[in-house]
Design a binder for this molecule. Structure first.
Ligand SMILES: [Zn+2]
Length: 324
């Protein structure tokens, strides 16, 4: 697909400079460089500020900024920008004086938190709420840091011997001091498919989603399975639809917590929908005209697809006849 990399989190050609991750002296020099900066995350939420037009951008703080003293886990080296090296710190151990933790667990957390050592305009915001407005570079940095810190949090112990492992390779590895095992960050492949039949596209909704919200069907790729087979299996399991030709369209890192969304298109060979009620709440066909109406907010039942998600990107390109 020609414009595949224009998807949110589609990358910014960041120089990740992997060759210096294992070189302690070079890494220390990069950290001490006056032009070095860090982005900051709190419980998965990146630190952002907004310009006059309310557009968000990642806040980059100098390496000696007091907010970084809140960190209780290692520093991650993300790469080199034109302006210098960029790192990431996680200050999840910090507890804001006033905060509502029910918001953090809501479907889309709209709450923002402010740390007293930062400018009033700097806040921690849910990445899903701001992702579509970030620059490609900021989106790549935030997605990478969020995925890595999430992995460190959920993989503290060695899967070979159970001992606590430690961050290594500037945050891109964990090593076990007991058995010497090396562990690498996980990325879980998920297929998400634009299944069409003539003028219609197959959409489904999960249990617990807000009313009127539908998306493209999706599911994890299983061990021993190709991308194409996963598309056909998931569509059959969730909606009872057989799929013929499958083609790859675009991919999207999705750090919630650690997925790589693999966008595909598939041609349905049948039409009658039979859902698996254990897996999904509903699935149905929507015409091109209905999707167009929902994008403008005018469909009585179907809510507009969420900006920034690959489902929105694939649907928008399908409407514009740009999925070849
Ligand atoms: Zn071990």
């Amino acid at each position: 697909m020609k414009n595949a990399e224009t998807v949110t989190f589609g990358g910014s050609a960041l120089d990740r400079a992997a060759e210096i991750r294992g070189d302690a002296a070079v890494l220390a020099a990069a950290m001490a460089a006056p032009e070095a900066v860090s982005i900051v995350l709190w419980r998965g939420k990146p630190l952002i500020s907004r310009d006059a037009a309310r557009r968000p951008a990642l806040t980059r703080v100098p390496m000696d900024h007091p907010v970084l003293q809140e960190t209780r886990v290692g520093t991650i080296f993300l790469g080199r920008e034109d302006s210098g090296p960029v790192f990431a710190h996680d200050i999840s151990a910090w507890t804001p004086e006033v905060f509502d933790d029910t918001a953090l667990n809501s479907f889309l957390d709209r709450s923002e938190q402010h740390h007293p050592s930062l400018n009033a305009s700097d806040t921690f915001a849910e990445l899903r709420a701001v992702m579509a407005q970030l620059s490609p570079r900021d989106a790549e940095l935030a997605a990478t840091a969020r995925a890595l810190f999430g992995w460190h949090r959920s993989h503290r112990f060695c899967s070979q011997c159970g001992q606590e492992s430690g961050m290594a390779m500037a945050g891109w590895q964990r090593d076990c001091p007991a058995c010497g095992g090396h562990h690498f960050p996980r990325t879980d492949p998920v297929v998400i498919m634009l299944i069409t039949r003539g003028n219609s596209v197959l959409m489904g909704r999960s249990h617990g989603w807000p009313e009127g919200m539908y998306s493209l069907l999706a599911g994890f790729v299983e061990p021993g399975e190709t991308i194409e087979a996963a598309v056909r299996r998931e569509t059959w399991e969730e909606a009872g639809i057989r799929v013929g030709a499958v083609d790859y369209l675009a991919s999207q890192p999705w750090p919630f917590p650690a997925s790589l969304m693999i966008g595909c298109k598939g041609v349905a060979l049948s039409e009658a929908v039979t859902i698996d009620p254990k897996e999904i709440d509903d699935a149905r066909w929507f015409t091109r005209e209905e999707i167009m109406l929902s994008f403008s907010g005018g469909h009585p039942e179907l809510k507009p697809a969420r900006q920034g998600a690959i489902a929105h990107f694939l649907l928008r390109n399908w409407l514009a006849d740009r999925v070849d």
